[in-house]
Design a protein around this ligand. Structure first.
Ligand code: ADP
Length: 164
């Protein structure tokens, strides 16, 4: 059984995240989505909401070989505790690359057997980030097509009151 972990804040889960999840599921037997808690950035959506958004999205997209596990602390420890052989990260722009390269190099030093696998973004989603969704949504902008259809209405409702 080849397991990978896909860590992130997923605040909220976007179609870019879904694209990476679907592709990772094809490469590995199981994808463990590592839902980050206690990060430097306080998430807008609660852990429960973020988890539920992923579940609803995965169900609608027929993604089955996955699990969601909240975690804090070192990613390499989390990966090892879950018997993962690889960490999946998505890459959008050059700016992602520099940051990710640094993290991948450090993780390699901490856990030499653990691989980091980068999946290039689908070009349609190269501009898409959770923070962009929160920003646009909070001003009442249309986020259709940016977050999965299964959760769009709920995300819109949660974001709107911020500025109104
Ligand atoms: P983090 O807080 O770790 O950056 P995110 O929730 O923002 O977590 O992203 C989780 C992962 O998904 C990261 O590897 C990020 O590069 C990737 N990702 C985010 N948006 C996209 C996208 N539009 N296309 C491809 N990968 C993406």
């Amino acid at each position: 059984m080849r397991i990978c972990v896909y860590p992130g804040t997923f605040d909220p889960f976007t179609v870019g995240h879904l694209d990476i999840l679907i592709r990772a599921e094809k490469l590995f037997d199981k994808v463990i989505i590592g839902l980050l808690q206690n990060t430097a950035k306080t998430p807008f959506f609660t852990e429960e909401e973020r988890k539920r958004f992923i579940c609803q999205t995965a169900e609608a997209a027929n993604v089955k070989n996955y699990d969601i596990v909240a975690f804090s602390g070192l990613l390499v420890d989390f990966a090892q505790q879950n018997n993962a052989v690889a960490v999946i990260r998505g890459l959008r722009a050059v700016t992602d690359f520099e940051y990710e390269l640094q993290i991948a190099a450090m993780n390699k030093k901490l856990a030499p057997k653990l691989e980091t696998v980068f999946l290039m973004t689908n070009t349609r989603y190269s501009y898409l980030s959770s923070s962009m969704v929160r920003e646009v949504g909070s001003f009442g902008g249309d986020i259709t097509g940016l977050v999965p259809e299964a959760i769009c209405q709920e995300v819109v409702l949660r974001l709107k009151p911020i500025r109104s």
